[in-house]
Design a protein around this ligand. Structure first.
Ligand SMILES: NC(=[NH2+])NCCC[C@H](N)C(=O)O
Length: 516
């Protein structure tokens, strides 16, 4: 079998003569309704995994907030009732309207006490389209063997006593699922840390066509999420037909023989926010603070060997908290429209603060911070193609992978004006999720970015207004187009992720050919 190492290529300068070599890839526009099937970032969303903020979010203490990857502590009741619940409502109107349409007044009545939104409550919506991961967890815990294995795994990860392990084993499954996620028993007794980032289901795994690539968390605060989801993917009946299609990546062979200080540099880590299926044949993967070069290497080899995709493009972005995953700096809005942070693309030059005498070392650091883009093709991985700017890659995807004939447009965070560009990127201006092509969810606070979207033909509607109008019938979700839904964000944005991060699509419609 051939062997190649992307590290060899990533440090080479882009070769512009290769830009023209990109071949037209024909998409096959089959519209097969698989249970697990995602072939784009923008096809109509049919099923996804989400996780509503659990009580663990309300247990984050200031001294641990950064370790647990939150920028601040959040107010649980506000994040649920005033923010996340709107997300659930909107998803249901689009994906599973029978659950909600005509019932909203009752669902949201004070007397219902949010039962519809609580996964452990008998009146929970329990949609099989807008799938709550806590429900999947309690489902698999019904099986004694799985329960035994999962409790043992979590207890060994969290260093629990044998006595506590026995106590957990004795819990009924619905309660146990809640405890394994929140880290607390009866909401009172904290037995291990919460996993507040579990709301960002994007990061736990990625659907690539009819395969699922599992993550390998980079941060300790997210390792329990990986354990729980591994058991879910391998044991829940909704994934039963796809067991052979679950792809796990592993540590490098004999990594344990390396001295500790070298292990750090050779880590294999991958989080879903770095992985984007932009077309049936093409996967884009960010090499970032969370996804290592070694992981990219392994993903490319595995996907090519299994013939899951034909092209993989690695986008190396600076390893910075601000841009932890690729989807914090770029997401797709329409076939021919992308939203991105200008400083990581062509616009970097226009925004540079002039420095008179930059010392050589500093220049090198700047070089390191440059985005590098390398594309590998299944037929000839040893001859990658380089793209100079992010926009070049995105334009190539729109035109050559998705068959766009119109002009490709880039919406820049904060209109690419300092300081709004970085401020708004920090609060996820570039992290939008498409419910269908051109209908996206984003935070209400990124005003400058929104202005640009509006200049490019989008209208904006506040989440509560959209919900009211979908309930009254004034707005038909099927007919909505070119709209950004403005989601309340005061608390959620402190968790440092937007709606792209808060969604793990498992079924989207395949894109139909572009009308030309
Ligand atoms: N796909 C994403 N961008 N996810 C955002 C995750 C945010 C989370 N607080 C973390 O730092 O891990």
């Amino acid at each position: 079998m051939w062997f190649f190492d992307i590290a060899l290529y990533i440090n080479q300068p882009p070769r512009s003569e290769l830009f023209n070599e990109i071949k037209f890839i024909f998409m096959s526009f089959k519209n097969v309704e698989n249970k697990v099937n995602v072939t784009s970032e923008i096809g109509t969303l049919r099923r996804l995994l989400i996780h509503s903020p659990d009580s663990g979010l309300g247990k984050v203490v200031p001294s641990k907030a950064q370790d647990w990857l939150f920028e601040d502590i959040v107010h649980l009741d506000t994040i649920r009732r005033k923010e996340y619940d709107f997300y659930v409502k909107i998803l249901l109107y689009f994906l599973d309207p029978e659950k909600i349409k005509g019932k909203l007044a009752e669902i949201d009545a004070e007397a219902s006490r949010r039962a519809f939104y609580k996964p452990d409550n008998p009146n929970f919506h329990n949609s099989d389209k807008v799938i709550e991961i806590q429900v999947l967890l309690s489902d698999i815990l019904k099986d004694k063997e799985t329960k035994l294995q999962l409790v043992a795994s979590v207890c060994s990860l969290e260093n629990c006593t044998y006595e506590l392990q026995a106590e957990l084993m004795a819990l009924p499954e619905i309660k146990l699922a809640k405890v394994l996620i929140s880290g607390s028993i009866d909401d009172e007794r904290m037995i291990f840390p919460p996993i507040p980032n579990f709301i960002f289901t994007r990061d736990i795994g990625i659907t690539i066509n009819n395969h699922i690539l599992m993550n390998k968390a980079a941060k300790q605060a997210r390792t329990r999420e990986s354990v729980l989801t591994k058991y879910i993917f391998f044991n829940h009946p909704i994934f039963a037909d796809y067991k052979k299609n679950i792809i796990e990546i592993s540590d490098n062979a004999h990594h344990f023989l390396l001295p500790y200080n070298e292990i750090e540099n050779q880590k294999v880590t991958l989080e879903g926010g770095d992985v984007m299926v932009v077309s049936e044949d093409h996967l884009v993967i960010g090499c970032s603070e969370r996804t290592s070069l070694f992981a990219c290497n392994q993903v490319i080899k595995t996907l090519f060997k299994k013939k899951v995709v034909k092209k993989v493009t690695v986008v190396k972005i600076p390893k910075k908290r601000d841009y932890m995953h690729l989807d914090t700096v770029v997401t797709q809005v329409k076939r021919n429209m992308w939203i991105m942070l200008g400083s990581l693309g062509r616009m970097a030059e226009t925004n540079k603060i002039p420095v008179a005498d930059v010392i050589v070392e500093l220049q090198n650091i700047k070089e390191e911070e440059k985005t590098k883009i390398i594309q590998f093709k299944i037929e000839n991985p040893q001859q990658p193609v380089y793209f100079e700017y992010l926009e070049d890659l995105l334009e190539d995807i729109s035109k050559n992978d998705l068959g766009c004939t119109e002009e490709v447009k880039f919406i820049y965070s904060g209109n690419n004006k300092f300081p709004y560009d970085t401020r708004e990127q920090w609060t996820d201006s570039c992290n939008l999720v498409c419910i269908k092509e051109g209908v996206v969810l984003g935070y209400d606070r990124n005003e400058k970015t929104l202005e640009v979207l509006k200049e490019n033909g989008f209208s904006a509607i506040e989440a509560h207004e959209l919900v009211a109008k979908m309930e009254s019938g004034e707005i038909d979700p099927e007919k909505l187009s070119n709209t950004v839904v403005l989601m309340p964000s005061a608390e959620l944005s402190r968790a440092r992720g937007g709606f792209h991060c808060m969604s793990m699509p498992i079924l989207r419609d395949n894109l139909t050919p572009a009308l030309s």
